[in-house]
Design a protein around this ligand. Sequence first.
Ligand code: AMP
Length: 183
Amino acid sequence: MYLIILGPPGAGKGTQAVRIAEKLKIKHLSTGEILRKAVAEETELGLKAKEIMNKGELVSDEIMIGIIKNELSSPEVKSGFILDGFPRTLEQAKGLDGILNELGYSDLKIIDILVPDDEIIKRLLGRGRSDDTIETIKNRLEIYKKQTLPVKEYYLRERMVYDIIGIGSVDEITDIILKKISV
Ligand code: AMP
């Protein structure tokens, strides 16, 4: 199964993506994790991404599309993948379409986790990641609305999009997602 998980920062995308990947035995691809690893290893990519991530801004589409193209070209993802944190802009969504066409992947399903703003701010402040300050959180939410919401509209036109209410226990939400996407 080929999946994308969308949702604002703090929606629980990462947590759910890991669980779904385990359950369905598919590869979990988190662009945030790939970038954090690059920052920790001080690679060329990491050095470029560090400042941008600390401000809650987005790494360039060109870099991100390159990363995803590289990941999806691996034979490891043939049996299935779940993209977490990508695409975050319309440009990335269009780039992804090109990559998927080229590699012969179709039948993509989109999961969108919906969580209200006040709940998100509460959760992110409690998470304690170095890029989770109140300023950065507000910036990420604003960027999410401006840049990532259009991605959902784009997918609504031609793909299966499953809305999931992201409030409840982690287990409950995983169950709801698995039920919805298996129909
Ligand atoms: P995440 O773990 O998905 O919250 O990502 C952490 C940070 O990595 C984001 O705030 C962005 O700075 C950067 N990032 C992750 N994925 C992307 C993406 N698809 N496009 C641009 N920047 C990204």
